[in-house]
Design a protein around this ligand. Structure first.
Ligand code: ATP
Ligand code: MG
Ligand code: MG
Length: 551
């Protein structure tokens, strides 16, 4: 079986604890509430909450809510639900970066008084221009030498809404020639006349990510502030704020490689576009790599946690992770835990000519071949059955071990039958098959011949109609967003969803939303959370049976 891959952050913390440098760890998961969480976030959640769990520390859930224009309460609610569904609980109440707006403002004033921040009137374009490039140093803004008094007054008036958006910003005064562009007088506050989901209309200025994140970590006593590698270049700035402000604690930023999965996208912005353009059925469309989409598809929390263990945590950009690794994780969970059932996706009628009209057997069949704790299923058998049209061929190739004219096959859990006649309509379409039962084959091999094939079937009298949604990759190429300028929508898979009207064994009629099954010989399926209600049966294909993941 698969084991956990290396996790350098876990190793590092273990060493720190063993060396007595650390008594309790505090981590945080800091989503911006501007979309639903995806599998990349799951990596960060499993890492941060997992470390706290493993070392007896705390993990905070902190909404990084400094950009009110893009944020919504609905996203906050969905994020909380996803974290809990994955099986994690944050320490204490949910936190918001906006809880610290007063403190951050006081610290901005502190920097001004120390001569380390100033209000700049340059426009956003000018600021970009003055900032320079990797090969050219920046040049100072003409507003850089304003007095502390003037800066304090302007900042206060910015806060009260006296200035238009883009008219003024507060910047740290660090070094316009620094090789690291993030240190060339970074922006601390912008004017935004926006309503905020937590603070209402109290603020007309909002702090930048950089000015917010490390100080929030410090205020919460976070010891290890884990983030993705894009923030490596921001670390000197993270530390500059901690060095230059009277913060109560000294958190440390540690970067790791983000997760990228093939055949999908792990960017909230791009996923939002698919949702906004109605290309998918909302944020929890089972084709999306969102946590709620995967839940609706039939993934279990355990399978996602296992996947995150399997991929490990490193600083080396691991390129694209094969989605087969993710499907392997859910498949092996369902193999062990999903109840079995028979379901025919492409029904073809079989009439058993030597079975009486009123004949009825009911087989007691295990819910799972290796799980005695699972309820036994009652599977009725009658004269008329459905089999899958793909299990019959009129002119079969040599190695076809299923049903064909004059050939025999075993009905799973039942008898061996022989196809005697193919009934067609005027157009030559197959209507039904007439077959006969060998009654001497229940639970034993037929006399004098070998029957290799076993097919699944459902009693026509008792079978229940199901809508089955067959999901496939949303994109046809491994990296739909590889070319930055090209439109990833060009790579959409037109067959990412096929719907079929199937017929299932009667035990499926009781399926509750989110119940998971193996449809024998077909794949793993999950009763749709939203649509499998009020007597309507709707199942989503989670994954097929065949595992293609090679270690
Ligand atoms: P996106 O780019 O999809 O919008 P984000 O990084 O902007 O994601 P946040 O809400 O800021 O989204 O992310 C919360 C946390 O999840 C951050 O610490 C971030 O580093 C982490 N995270 C986001 N995407 C990934 C990923 N693909 N792999 C690992 N961690 C990720
Ligand atoms: Mg972000
Ligand atoms: Mg991002």
């Amino acid at each position: 079986e698969t084991t956990a891959a290396p996790n350098f952050i876990r190793n590092q913390i273990r060493e720190e604890i063993e060396a007595g440098k650390l008594t309790k760890i505090v981590t945080r998961f800091p989503p911006e509430p501007n979309g639903f969480l995806h599998i990349g976030h799951a990596k960060s959640i499993c890492l941060n909450f997992g470390l706290a769990e493993q070392f007896g520390g705390d993990c905070h859930l902190r909404f990084d809510d400094t950009n009110p224009a893009k944020e919504e309460q609905a996203y906050i609610d969905a994020i909380k639900e996803d974290v809990r569904w994955l099986g994690f609980q944050w320490a204490g109440d949910v936190r918001f970066a906006s809880d610290y707006f007063d403190q951050l403002y006081a610290w901005a004033q502190h920097l001004i008084r120390e001569g380390k921040a100033y209000v700049d009137d340059l426009s956003p374009d000018e600021i970009r221009e003055y900032r320079g490039t990797l090969t050219e140093p920046g040049k100072p803004s003409p507003y850089r030498e304003r007095s502390a008094e003037e800066n304090l007054d302007l900042l206060e008036r910015m806060r009260l809404g006296e200035f238009a958006e883009g008219g003024k910003v507060l910047r740290a005064k660090i070094d316009m020639a620094a090789p690291n562009i993030n240190l060339r007088d970074p922006i601390l506050y912008r004017v935004r006349h926006a309503h905020h989901h937590q603070t209402g209309d109290a603020w007309k200025i909002y702090p930048s990510y950089d000015f917010t994140h490390g100080q929030s970590d410090a205020l919460e006593g976070v010891t290890h502030s884990v983030c993705t590698l894009e923030f490596e270049d921001h670390r000197p700035l993270y530390e500059w704020f901690l060095d230059n402000l009277p913060v109560p604690a000294r958190p440390r930023q540690i970067e790791f490689a983000r997760l990228n999965l093939n055949y999908t996208l792990t960017s909230k912005r791009k996923l939002k576009l698919l949702v906004d353009e109605d290309i998918v059925d909302g944020w929890d469309d089972p084709r999306l790599p969102t946590i709620s989409g995967m839940r609706r598809r039939g993934y279990t929390p355990a399978s996602i946690r296992k996947f995150c263990d399997m991929i490990g945590v490193t600083r080396a950009d691991g390129g694209l992770v094969d989605i087969a690794m993710l499907t392997h994780a859910i498949r092996s969970d369902l193999e062990d835990n999903a109840q079995r059932a028979m379901c025919v996706l492409k029904p073809l009628k079989v009439v058993l000519t030597n079975v009486a009209e009123d004949h009825e057997d009911v087989y007691e069949v295990p819910g799972h071949p290796a799980r005695e704790d699972m309820a036994v299923r009652q599977v009725p058998f009658n004269r008329e059955l459905w089999i899958d049209a793909d299990d019959f061929m009129e002119e079969p190739p040599k190695k076809f071990f299923r049903l064909a004219p004059g050939k025999e096959v075993r009905l799973r859990n039942s008898y061996v039958i022989r196809c005697d006649e193919v009934i067609k309509d005027d157009a030559g379409e197959i209507q039904e098959l007439h077959c006969s039962v060998d009654f001497d084959t229940l639970g034993k091999n037929p006399e004098g011949r070998k029957v290799k094939g076993v097919i699944h079937w459902v009693s026509a009298k008792h079978g229940v109609p199901l809508e089955v949604r067959l999901y496939d990759n949303l994109f046809m190429v491994e990296q739909p967003d590889r070319d930055k300028d090209a439109d990833f929508l060009e790579h959409l898979n037109p067959d990412s969803l096929r719907v079929c009207q199937a017929i299932g064994e009667p035990s499926l009629a009781e399926a509750l939303p989110e119940a998971r099954f193996q449809f024998e010989r077909v794949g793993y399926f999950c009763a749709d959370r939203h649509d499998c209600v009020n007597g309507k049966l709707v199942f989503n294909r989670t994954v097929g049976l065949k595992d293609s993941w090679a270690k």
